[in-house]
Design a protein around this ligand. Sequence first.
Ligand code: ZN
Length: 178
Amino acid sequence: MKPVYIALSVIGLAGIILYRKQLKYAAQDAVTNVMGGDLTRNFSLSEFLRSDTADRLNATEQYNPPAGVVQNLKHLAEELQIIRDAFGKSMPVSSGYRCEVVNKAVGGVNSSAHLEGLAADINMGSKAGNKALYDFVAELVGQGKYSVDQLINENNYSWVHFGYKANRSSYRNQVFAA
Ligand SMILES: [Zn+2]
């Protein structure tokens, strides 16, 4: 084989290796996007992490939750998706996960399910909208068609708190106003 062919072969081989490596990185990016993007059809991780309080306090840990919290948020999103599908309206998350700093700043209790990524506050944008959502879910729970740990009408329908446990069998089906 002439040296020029050997050189071309080496260049060609290197090209193939580089190309395959790029494909591998592209695949890894795709996986990262899925994990950082949609938890369910209508809920994404970012909306459960978003926090004006965290931004104000520069609490960067709010956006880097432990793996266990991310797992809980996935579970939370799946539970909320059931209601989202039945209710048929988008359910804006006003507060999802809260890191320690954020929870303290908003006056959350130490045992708050928000700390574990197992609670979300939903604000439909009006008290009437929040009442409609609360009544809808409360009725399903009353009929034994849906389970929740805590469904709370907060501050006269200012928002609706949905709380869960990592294990469904631990749900208490508590429905009340606070
Ligand atoms: Zn809450």
